[in-house]
Design a protein around this ligand. Structure first.
Ligand SMILES: [Zn+2]
Length: 238
């Protein structure tokens, strides 16, 4: 595993605290589209995306639509963050960009939290950052334009993947954002016309990230600032 295949969240621990977790962590390679939990299923494992891997949470609506709520890269973890003991998943979590993940059994993580105040504190601080992400995404969905949200989303994805090429169709982008496909293709077309992105079959390449970021709302930056205050150094830098 190269240096870039780290979980920044785990790297934030001091070596002796990380040593408590390491023997219980397994590294797995998970492909794009792999479902980690579905609503109501027990959360058996906590997953830490490493390197450019990304997972995201989706809310399943009554009509069968799924809407993405937020993405988690190497700055974070999924599952058993705050819960103690077994609890069911509320949202679907799936792999948005395949790669390496550390995983630990939820019960083992609970033991480690009991054994180490630093591990408890790390997860409490991360839960606070996750809550900030949720608040921000509620505000973002309510008031920011589709163009601002699409730009924000693409920038957040490339910051985590670590390169400017995102494997996804415009249909997937639409479903991520909870908008109609025609809205998504219109906004991507506008970015293309302005030379900000290029599209290929099944993928979107960001050509001018700085200019694209200027079209985004500031939601990412606000969340990033909270991460810097609460969990310095774990949020992915471009
Ligand atoms: Zn926003």
């Amino acid at each position: 595993m190269s240096m870039s295949e780290h979980s920044e969240l785990l790297e934030a621990l001091q070596p002796h605290d990380r040593a408590l977790l390491l023997p219980r962590l397994t590294q797995v390679r998970l492909e794009t589209g792999r479902i980690l939990y579905d609503p109501g299923e027990p959360v058996d494992y906590c997953y830490f995306p490493c390197g450019g891997a990304i997972a995201s949470f989706f809310v399943l609506l009554e009509n069968g639509d799924t809407v993405e709520t937020l993405m988690v890269g190497r700055e974070g973890a999924l599952g058993a963050i705050v819960s103690n003991g077994a609890s069911p998943a509320y949202a679907r979590s799936s792999v948005m960009h395949g790669g390496y993940f550390y995983r630990i059994a939820a019960a083992e993580l609970d033991h480690a939290k009991e054994a180490s105040a630093a591990i408890r504190s790390l997860f409490a601080r991360y839960a606070d950052c996750l809550m900030a992400q949720v608040f921000q995404s509620i505000a973002c969905n309510a008031i920011h334009t589709i163009e601002q949200r699409a730009a924000k989303w693409l920038i957040a994805a490339i910051e985590r993947i670590g390169r400017n090429d995102i494997t996804m169709t415009q249909e997937q982008l639409a479903s991520m954002m909870g908008i109609g496909r025609s809205y998504a293709s219109r906004v991507v077309q506008r970015f293309k016309t302005d030379g900000l992105v290029r599209t290929r079959r099944g993928g979107i390449e960001v050509v001018l990230p700085e200019q694209l970021e200027q079209r985004a709302c500031t939601c990412n930056r606000l969340v990033k600032r909270h991460f810097e205050t609460v969990l310095a150094g774990v949020y992915p830098e471009p």
